[in-house]
Design a protein around this ligand. Structure first.
Ligand code: SOE
Length: 378
C-alpha cells in the first residue's frame, strides 16, 4: 500500500488543470512510494470551483486558502493562483508545516522570492517550483549530454520564447483569465512569464548568469479592463524583451521573448554551441533533440535529429512503446514524479525555491537593465 500525500490546490485556471491532471496520472505511470490524493481545491468562485472539482475528482472545495492551510488532512499546498498571491500563501503554508509547490515565476520580484525561500528553509519543509520544461525528455537528454562532457567548453547559449496571443488591440487586460497582462497581478509581462522558463533552463544547463543588458517594449499602450468593460487603462507589462547575458563560466548568451511573434504559439527554443559539439531544441518539435558532433568522421559529419522516444531516453520507459510521442502535460507529470520520489527519499528535488529565487534575481536584473539602459550584474 502506497503512502498517501493529501494535496490542497490553490487556483483552477490553465495551470490548475495541468497540475490536476498530473496528480491524477502520476501514480498510474510511475512506481512511487507516495500517491497523491486530490483532497481539496480552493478558489473564490464557488460555482465554477465545484464544476472544476467535479471534473477532476477533487474531494472537497474551499473558498478561503487560509482555511485549507489550517486543515489537518492536507499535507501539500500547491499554488497555481496569480503571481501576486504566491508570497502570502507559500509563507503561510510553510509556517503551518506543509510541503509547498508553487507555479512559476516563484514571486512578483526577487525580494518576495527571498522571503519565501528563507521561510520554507527555516520551516524545513520540502518545496519546489513548477519549471516544467526541465522535464521535457529531449531537454533532460540535453542535460545528460552536457554532463557527459560531450559538448566541450561552451561558448554560446541562444534562447527564444515566442507567442502571439496578445496581439489584438481589443484584447482586454486583467481579470480572471487575463491577469498575465496586469502588472499588479503578474509582476511583469514576458520576462516573468516566459523568460523565467528560459532563464531557469539556461542556468540549469550552463550555470549561473553574472550580468545582463536588456531592452523591453510595450507595443499596445492601453487596454480595456476585463472586469470593467469601457474602462481603458495603461498597460504596464513588457510585451517583448530581449537581452544579452554573460554566464559566470565565460559563455555568452542571447535571450528573446515576445507575445507579438505572429504565428508562434509557444515556440521555446535553445541552442548551445561548444568546442566539440552543439545541441538545439525547439518545443514546437518537442520529441526531437538536434545534435552536431565535430568529432564525427568528416564525410558523415552533420546535424542529427535524435527522436527522443525510445525507452532508454529520459522518462520514456514510463510511457508507451517506442515511437509513441508524449506531450506538454507529461512534463508536469514528470515534475511531480521526481518531486514525490525526492520526498520519499528525504532528498530535495530541483528546481526548489532557492532555484526559483535565482531565476527571479535575473528577471529583476533584466527589467532593471531595460529601465536604466545599462548592464546590470546579478
Ligand atoms: C503563457 O501564455 C503561458 O501559459 C505561461 O504562463 C506558461 O508558463 C507557459 O509554459 C505557456 O504559456
Amino acid at each position: 500500500m502506497n503512502k498517501r500525500i493529501n494535496v490542497g490546490l490553490v487556483g483552477y485556471g490553465f495551470m490548475g488543470r495541468a497540475h490536476s491532471n498530473a496528480y491524477r496520472q502520476v501514480a498510474k505511470f510511475f512506481d512511487l512510494e507516495y500517491e497523491p490524493v486530490l483532497k481539496a481545491v480552493c478558489a473564490r468562485n464557488e460555482k465554477k470551483l465545484e464544476a472544476f472539482a467535479d471534473n477532476w475528482g477533487w474531494e472537497s472545495c474551499e473558498t478561503d486558502w487560509r482555511k485549507m492551510i489550517e486543515r489537518d488532512d492536507i499535507d501539500l499546498i500547491d499554488i497555481c493562483s496569480p503571481n501576486n498571491t504566491h508570497r502570502e500563501i507559500a509563507i503561510a503554508a510553510a509556517q503551518a508545516g506543509k510541503v509547498v509547490a508553487c507555479e512559476k515565476p516563484l514571486a512578483m520580484n526577487a525580494d518576495e522570492a527571498k522571503v519565501m525561500t528563507d521561510t520554507v528553509e527555516k520551516a524545513g519543509v520540502p518545496n519546489m517550483v513548477w519549471f516544467n520544461y526541465r522535464r521535457v525528455p529531449a531537454v533532460a537528454l540535453a542535460k545528460s549530454i552536457l554532463e557527459e562532457g560531450r559538448i566541450g567548453r561552451i561558448f554560446h547559449y541562444r534562447a527564444k520564447y515566442l507567442q502571439d496571443w496578445t496581439m489584438s488591440p481589443s484584447l482586454p487586460q486583467g481579470g480572471a483569465t487575463l491577469w498575465r497582462l496586469d502588472a499588479d497581478a503578474a509582476g511583469s509581462g514576458v520576462t516573468g512569464d516566459l523568460l523565467a522558463h528560459s532563464i531557469d533552463l539556461a542556468m540549469w544547463l550552463i550555470g549561473s548568469i553574472s550580468s545582463v543588458c536588456a531592452m523591453t517594449e510595450t507595443f499596445i499602450k492601453e487596454r480595456e479592463l476585463q472586469d470593467e468593460p469601457g474602462k481603458i487603462m495603461p498597460v504596464r507589462i513588457d510585451d517583448a524583451c530581449a537581452f544579452l547575458a554573460r554566464f559566470a563560466n565565460g559563455a555568452l548568451a542571447t535571450f528573446e521573448s515576445t507575445r507579438y511573434a505572429r504565428g508562434r504559439k509557444n515556440q521555446h527554443t535553445l541552442e548551445i554551441n561548444g568546442q566539440d559539439a552543439s545541441i538545439a531544441f525547439d518545443l514546437e518539435n518537442a520529441h526531437e533533440l538536434s545534435y552536431f558532433d565535430h568529432r564525427d568522421e568528416g564525410h558523415l559529419r552533420g546535424w542529427r535529429n535524435i527522436q527522443v522516444w525510445d525507452s532508454d531516453h529520459p522518462y520514456m520507459e514510463h510511457w508507451w512503446v517506442p515511437g509513441c510521442v508524449i506531450g506538454y502535460e507529461h512534463t508536469f507529470i514528470h515534475t511531480l514524479a521526481d518531486f514525490l520520489a525526492g520526498l520519499a527519499k528525504g532528498e530535495k528535488t530541483c528546481p526548489d525555491f532557492r532555484d526559483g529565487l535565482a531565476t527571479q534575481v535575473v528577471c529583476d536584473a533584466v527589467l532593471s537593465s531595460a529601465r536604466n539602459q545599462r548592464w546590470e550584474t546579478t
